[in-house]
Design a protein around this ligand. Structure first.
Ligand code: GSY
Length: 161
């Protein structure tokens, strides 16, 4: 009984440079081919307006994976895939060929300088919550104990008031 039990995790994907759809599809395939990661399902790709400085529109989506990688190993794997797709981290909020973020890792709450899980800004981001609610509306945020569906409803209500 030395095998690691896989953990389900949520990855947010985004692209706003080049052939965005092809990039996101290829990124999913690459994730699935990575040792210790299996893609279970993904949302549709949604066209979204950029949050932050002016830049091209994004295609965003979310995937649920199963992984035997520890959180930091998973982050390293995501950074390596971003690099493989030509991502250069120049500006924090700038345009990018590929962005991969860990949103949830099971029920883990982690707050280190390198990595925060759940993703610290996901509760304010409709470009994360909208696609995530398609595939995991009942996933509970381990910090607020609120489901993804409820987080999205709150965000939508806040935006219209
Ligand atoms: O952190 C994600 C990169 N990003 C996005 C994004 O993925 N989607 C949208 N709509 N706006 C964004 N602004 C930034 S930075």
């Amino acid at each position: 009984m030395t095998e690691n039990c896989p953990t389900q995790a949520v990855i947010a994907l985004g692209s706003n440079l080049g052939d965005r759809e092809n990039t996101l599809n290829q990124a999913l395939a690459t994730l699935n081919q990575t040792e210790g990661i299996r893609v279970i399902c993904h949302s549709r790709w949604l066209e979204t307006k950029p949050v932050g400085p002016e830049q091209p529109d994004y295609l965003n989506g979310c995937a649920i994976i199963e992984t035997t990688l520890a959180p930091q190993q998973l982050l390293d794997a995501l950074l390596a895939i971003e690099k493989q797709f030509g991502r250069v981290r120049k500006e924090r909020w700038g345009a990018r060929t590929l962005d991969l973020d860990i949103i949830f890792y099971g029920e883990l709450v982690l707050d280190t300088p390198q990595l925060q899980i759940p993703h610290p800004r996901m509760r304010e981001r409709s470009f994360v919550l909208l696609p995530l609610a398609e595939i995991a509306p009942n996933w509970r945020d381990p910090v607020t104990k609120i489901t993804v569906g409820e987080l999205l409803a709150r965000l939508t209500t806040a935006a219209t008031h």
